[in-house]
Ligand binder design. Sequence first.
Ligand code: PGA
Length: 270
Amino acid sequence: MVSKKGEALLPKVNARTGRTRLIAANWKMNLNHLEAIQVVQKLHFKLRASDYEYCEISIHPPFVDLRSLQLLIDSDRMNFSLGAQNCYFEAKGAFTGEVSAQMLAKLGVRNVIVGHSERRSIFKEDDELIAKKVKAVFDSQMIPILCVGETADERGNGQSAEVLSRQVSAAIRSVSPDVLGNLVVAYEPVWAIGSGTPASVQDASEGGDIIRGVIESIKSKEVSQAVRILYGGSVTSANSREFLESSSLDGLLVGGASLDPDDFAALIEA
Ligand code: PGA
């Protein structure tokens, strides 16, 4: 990220937690490259300099939009991080339809969403594959945003903590403690995604605490305190502030409400 004069402009660390907040826009399979340019230009126009001061804003468009947004963000010196929604763990080869972490890094991508519940359920990604992707993203000097969360049934059966623990431990086991502190984990209860019914702030914070506890038990307290934990699932401008006020959470992963620049700017400003 750079200022208008070209110097690095990093968001301030949250004094309560020692971590920098992150708001990530997961566009899913929406907005072609022309629409993407318009949305990002409008968002940039709407936000004030102070909106970037307290959190990193990361935009995760479809792959085909990345090059256009990279050029736009660089040429207009916008303060957005470029993000991706997925990648493959192999560097190159006969993997028709896939995009490697290294290719994303070359495009200036900083944050890569890994293991979103839609990837897990629709594309049958399992914990083992997700662990390989997390490692590949770190190996390419980018930051994985690992998504975890229980389904409505698992929640009903009282298995939420068990599911979070399984998903987090599988994904981080083979990651070196030297880089693991840079990890971002998004707690996204599957039942809250796209449903219009977010988790309560208390439930989201409890989920965040469980995740941090799992990281501490597998690695160390120091690493667990460095990891940023986001909440995702039906976040809007009407509820974003409450989640950001929880000291268990370091930001948000936003789907639907990130597609409209007016809505998303209001959510960030809130
Ligand atoms: P939503 O999606 O904000 O539309 O609920 C969040 C996500 O899937 O990351």
